[in-house]
Design a binder for this molecule. Sequence first.
Ligand code: APR
Length: 265
Amino acid sequence: MADAAPIPLGLIESLRSARRICVFSGAGMSAESGVPTFRDALTGLWERFDAERLATPEAFHRDPSLVWGWYEWRRMKMRLAQPHAGHRALAGLERRAAQLTVITQNVDDLHERAGNTNVLHLHGSLEATRCVRCAAPFALPADIPQEPEGGRRIEPPRCASCGGRVRPGVVWFGESLPMPILQPAHDAAAACDVWITVGTSGLVYPAAELPLVAARAGATLVQINPLPTPLDAHYDHVLSGTAAQCLPELFAQERDRASLQPGRS
Ligand code: APR
């Protein structure tokens, strides 16, 4: 791999002096672990569907076995995936930093499997299933779903207490984000010294508003993405590359540079 571009000294300084750091991740953070991004997950049975039409309460009501099959296929992909060097670098940062909050739009558990303990899931979690009628939590079987590559229709299980259908624990389009998650995410954004966005297109609100909350609060803003995004102009530093490349490199250079400065460890 070509030598990574030197990380700007200003960013190294900001990271070193930061007391509170927030990392805001999207589907691109999980891409190198083999979890298809939201829009890439439209293959096989779901090829002719538009993601936003599948991930809605109306779609589940209209065709529950199609939607449940899609989420079981995605859950299989997630369970077969392993955290990559970028996830591990963030877990390492949590052990070193004064305070790290990971705010993710992802419904997988790769941040937690890498070792991060302070993770806020804005869009829910694939494992946190519940009854669509009485909201009773539903425990999924522990084993990894065995789904055909092209996907299949699966009738959702039924709730043990009211017989209602069980739905995925994700936030669907048209649904509000859970306030018990959105409020602490907003507070962390407003209080952080450094904000690192990685692997999101910044198109979906209200999540995409959070970097602007951090900017207004005076945080140093960093974007990691191999492609430009509509919010790049709001960032102090844009690192063009992937999550698995840039995150380990960023913290390695921060540590190396620090050790070169007398009296710093
Ligand atoms: N490393 C870093 N970024 C990457 C990588 C990678 N390896 N691969 C792709 N990306 C970037 C893409 O350039 C793109 O900007 O990740 C972004 C993925 O964008 P989306 O697919 O739109 O995913 P996301 O931003 O998370 O979507 C937001 O919308 O789809 C709904 O609820 C879903 O949480 C999701 C939300």
